[in-house]
Structure formats: structure tokens, C-alpha cells
Ligand binder design. Structure first.
Ligand code: FPP
Length: 223
């Protein structure tokens, strides 16, 4: 039986979920944020150590500015609203990605949530923000090069934003690709793809996917 320590999720399908019910795309993102809360508390109760969520990619800046603005506002609201839930469930909050382009107020809200939950010892919820696997690996290599450190796999891994290997990676929304998410950390991850759109994703389905992970035969290149 495998132990699920690090779960990562590509939360895809917010826009399609909203379109299917004649709602603006923003409503899909709003419902998606509620699902983030449910899935996070479920994972915390199930004993998962780390949950990494792809909330905003380095490529998402290409979306219309109205949608980008909405997602930034939603993120700020989310950070404020979720703090009681994080504290109640002993969840530590963290981020990965390049925070430089975010507004000073969003950076402040991120720092505040990190600080307020720093002593929690249960699940760590990591939001991948302005995150891309190529960018993370390039920034890690740049750090080593600046310090004149030889670029070995171990050194590169240690210089990543978050080096913890992913055990199970789930993508909702029907596409079967990684879209530049955790390219290094997911090298030996079990991958699960579901057609369910993120706003319609339930803890029941998560439980089923986690069960199928527990029973998978992971060999890590061995026999
Ligand atoms: C993909 O749906 C989702 C995103 C680009 C952003 C993820 C954001 C959320 C789940 C909501 C907010 C989360 C937090 C943490 C505040 P899409 O827009 O690509 O959907 P589509 O493929 O159907 O168009």
C-alpha cells in the first residue's frame, strides 16, 4: 500500500463549467474557490502532508485583463476568507512560483497568511502562483550559477521553490497533459485524469482517486 504524502492538483474546467450553465466565467472561478476549501479540508483530515494546487500559471497572464484582474481579486479574497478554516484544521499555508509581478497588497496578504499559519503542523497547502515548471527550474539553475555551485541533480533539486516529490497528481477537466506543472517533482508521480470539471469535483471522487493511488504498483524504475 502506498502512502499519499504529497498530492498535487491541476484545477481545470472552471470556464467550461460556467459556460455550460450560461454563467460568466468568473462564476466558475468562484465556485472553484469553494471546491479548493472542501478538497483542502478533506485532504487534511485524510492525513495528506502536502497539497499543491495550480492556481495561476506563468501562462495565465495571456488571458484577457478582465479575467486576470478577477483572478487576482479572488485570490486576495480567498486569502482573507480562508484563514479561519486553515487555523481550525491546523493547515500551514505556503506558495511557490515567482511572486515578483504581484501587487504589493497581494504580496502582503500572502505573507500574512504564511505567517499566521507558520506554526501549524498538519497539512501544508501550497498555492502555485505565477508558477511554471520551466521557470522554476531556470530560477533554480540561476541561483546555483550565481553561487558558483556545480549544477548536479541534487543541487538543482535543493534550489527549487519546493523540492518535495509528488506522489499523486490529479488533473480535472478532461485534458491529459501536465501544462508545465511540477515538471521536476512529478517525475515519478502517479497521474490521474478525470473529465469532471473542477467546480463539480467532489471529495467522493477525490477519495476514489486516492484509493486507486494507494493500490498502484510504484516501482520507481526498479522491479
Ligand atoms: C482553470 O480553469 C483554472 C484556473 C486558471 C485558475 C484556478 C483557479 C481556481 C480554481 C479558483 C480560485 C482558486 C483560488 C485558490 C483562489 P479554466 O479557466 O482554464 O477553465 P476552462 O479550461 O474550462 O476554460
Amino acid at each position: 500500500m502506498n502512502t499519499l504524502s504529497h498530492l498535487a492538483i491541476i484545477m481545470d474546467g472552471n470556464g467550461r463549467w460556467a459556460n455550460a450553465q450560461d454563467l460568466p466565467r468568473a462564476k466558475g472561478h468562484e465556485k472553484g474557490a469553494l471546491v479548493v476549501r472542501e478538497v483542502t479540508t478533506y485532504a487534511a483530515k485524510a492525513g495528506v502532508r502536502m497539497l499543491t494546487l495550480y492556481a495561476f500559471s506563468t501562462e495565465n497572464w495571456k488571458r484577457p485583463s478582465t479575467e486576470v484582474d478577477f483572478l487576482m481579486k479572488l485570490l486576495a479574497k480567498f486569502l482573507k476568507q480562508e484563514l479561519p478554516t486553515l487555523l481550525e484544521h491546523n493547515i500551514r499555508f505556503d506558495v511557490m512560483g515567482d511572486m515578483h509581478p504581484f501587487s504589493p497588497s497581494l504580496k502582503k496578504a500572502i505573507a500574512h497568511t504564511k505567517e499566521a499559519t507558520a506554526h501549524n503542523t498538519g497539512l501544508t497547502q501550497v498555492l502555485a502562483l505565477n508558477y511554471g515548471g520551466w521557470d522554476e527550474i531556470a530560477r533554480a539553475a540561476q541561483r546555483l550559477a550565481s553561487a558558483h555551485t556545480p549544477i548536479t541533480p541534487d543541487a538543482l533539486e535543493g534550489a527549487l521553490d519546493n523540492p518535495i516529490p509528488v506522489d499523486l497528481l490529479i488533473r480535472t477537466g478532461g485534458e491529459m497533459r501536465l501544462s508545465n506543472f511540477l515538471l521536476w517533482q512529478a517525475a515519478y508521480a502517479e497521474l490521474r485524469f478525470t473529465p469532471t470539471l473542477w467546480p463539480a469535483f467532489t471529495c467522493k471522487e477525490l477519495e476514489e482517486l486516492m484509493d486507486s493511488f494507494t493500490q498502484a504498483n510504484r516501482r520507481f524504475g526498479g522491479l
